[in-house]
Design a protein around this ligand. Structure first.
Ligand SMILES: *Cc1c(COP(=O)(O)O)cnc(C)c1O
Length: 500
């Protein structure tokens, strides 16, 4: 590695193992008074390859790594379908309370009544906001919630004597939808979108027969549009004895305004880490509770909290309930730390505040749509819900692709928008600003997007092909990274790094 490849305050940061220098240590201990021999035979005799660093070197290493991470705390994060909103610090403060942090899932229930009450109250908020009677709190994220929802549906159908064969999934769905249905043993049938960006209901209804276990629909959908025929779809699938699953990842657009129960949905996951402001990205932590209709509620997985006259009880075994849980989807009761954050958010916002948040999220997205519509190509006529879908028609004949455009956003100081998803329009650019951006910050973003669109139109392709210019790494070979990943660092044989 070149020694001075640093740029400004962006420091080239070697791996912690490469920074090891033999004997360096965070704390200096006096020589031990007892000799090795007196310790007996079981103590460590060979070095195990830990890096040797002083405390300041270790602190700098982790701080520098943290600064390489673009996050919602550093700037606007318009990643469509991900709801990257501000995470209020109050949530974090509550989640760090010793009484909540220092408990263990195997403690006797009598000693964690407050924690069980917290799970119970959180679940009550979620069932009220969705107008659905049942809930499974344990799924660890959205996709895990989809799997749970479909396993619940399967259990209910098996109980009636036939699990059925197929699940219908619109082509605009998140990839996790067909994957979840497939893992549950179902065949997937893909349903096309119509010219207005919604599911083609006529085609959908034409595919319904008694082999269909469920329809999975996303509402608002991934084109940022409300599926206005959803009640008709629900009626039709109920008619043939199937269920309606809703991917609720986009609940932020309608929370406090529309109750999914009123749309006759049977099962829907909520991404607490999206709608309810808990931090996510980089693989976690998430939380994906699933709300359930009356027909499905009894099949929800173990464990679950019930309220008795004088206490809260965690039901951990099918023998302790007259319900019919399909089993367990996760060890223990779910992502407790996320429940604390999400409940803090709901309590501090109140139901009026949540209603205002969804309104503001939709307003922000429509502001983007209005400001961008002349210079970019909006895929479907507005108004939109919480996100704006743009396709690559505005880049036609410019030599600039959606990928190039997204990379150029990095040089402007923004995290790129979601690209090439959903698949229903060519070269998609999906932007979700959320309600926590000010008008000033939206205007900054809009200025950057429009100036790039104008640059592309004037055939300045080099600007795009070279992007990103200001990052520690430039364009990566994404194909090689996916096909030939090198996931493990190995020390050179006999290197000094392996000295301890
Ligand atoms: C985020 C998302 C999911 C998956 O949720 P995870 O929590 O990432 O597993 C599913 N569907 C849609 C539409 C999403 O945006």
């Amino acid at each position: 590695m070149k020694k001075n490849s640093n740029k400004g305050l962006q420091v080239e940061e070697p791996l912690i193992f490469e920074q090891s220098s033999p004997g360096a240590c965070g704390v200096d201990f006096p020589e031990m008074e007892i000799s090795k021999n007196k310790l007996g035979g079981n103590h460590r005799v060979k070095p195990i390859g830990l890096p040797n660093l002083s405390e300041p070197a270790a602190v700098r290493h982790y701080l520098r790594i943290s600064q390489k991470n673009y996050c919602i705390d550093s700037g606007l994060y318009p990643l469509g379908s991900c709801t990257m909103k501000h995470n209020p610090r109050l949530n974090e403060k509550m989640a760090r309370k010793p009484g909540l942090v220092d408990i263990h899932p195997l403690q006797p229930q009598s000693t964690v009544q407050g924690a069980l009450e917290l799970i119970y109250v959180c679940s009550e908020w979620l069932t009220k906001l969705t107008g659905m009677p049942g809930i499974a709190m344990s799924p660890a994220a959205g996709a895990h919630g989809e799997l749970t929802g479909l396993m619940t549906i399967r259990a209910a159908l098996e109980d009636r004597g036939n699990p059925r064969k197929k699940v219908l999934v619109p082509e605009s769905a998140h990839g996790t939808n067909p994957a979840s249905a497939q893992m549950c043993g179902y065949e997937i049938e893909s349903i096309p979108a119509n010219s207005s960006g919604r599911v083609d209901t006529e085609k959908l209804l034409g595919r319904l027969d008694k082999t269909v276990a469920a329809i999975m629909i996303t509402n608002p959908n991934t084109c940022g549009l409300f599926e206005d025929q959803i009640v008709q779809v629900a009626d039709a699938v109920h008619e043939i004895g199937g269920f309606l699953y809703c991917d609720g990842a986009n609940f932020n657009a309608i929370v406090g305004r529309v109750k999914p129960g009123d749309l006759k949905i049977d099962s829907m996951h909520l991404n607490l880490h999206k709608t309810f402001s808990t931090p996510h990205g980089g693989g976690g932590p998430g939380s994906g509770p699933v709300v359930l209709s009356k027909e499905l509620a009894d099949y929800a997985p173990l464990p679950f909290v019930v309220k008795t006259d004088d206490r809260f009880e965690l039901i951990e075994s099918a023998e302790d309930t007259d319900k019919k849980p399909f089993g367990r989807i996760k060890g223990f009761h779910g992502q407790f730390g996320v429940f604390v954050r999400a409940l803090t958010y709901m309590l501090s916002m109140g139901s009026d505040g949540l209603r205002q948040a969804s309104g503001d999220a939709v307003l922000s997205a429509n502001y983007l749509l209005a400001q961008l519509k002349d210079d970019l190509s909006i895929s479907f006529e507005g108004p939109c819900m919480h996100e704006v879908l743009i396709d690559d028609r505005f880049l036609k004949d410019t030599g600039v692709t959606t990928l190039d455009f997204a990379k150029a956003m990095i040089d402007e100081g923004f995290h790129p928008m979601t690209m090439y998803f959903p698949l229903v329009v060519p070269g998609a650019l999906l932007m979700e600003p959320t309600e926590t951006e000010s008008k000033k910050s939206l205007d900054n973003y809009i200025d950057s997007v429009i100036s790039l669109a104008k640059k592309a139109a004037t055939e300045n392709t080099k600007h795009f092909k070279d992007a990103p210019k200001y990052t520690p790494r430039r364009r990566l070979d994404e194909t090689a990274a996916a096909r030939n990943p090198i996931l493990r660092w190995k020390p050179e044989k006999n290197s000094k790094n392996n000295s301890r």
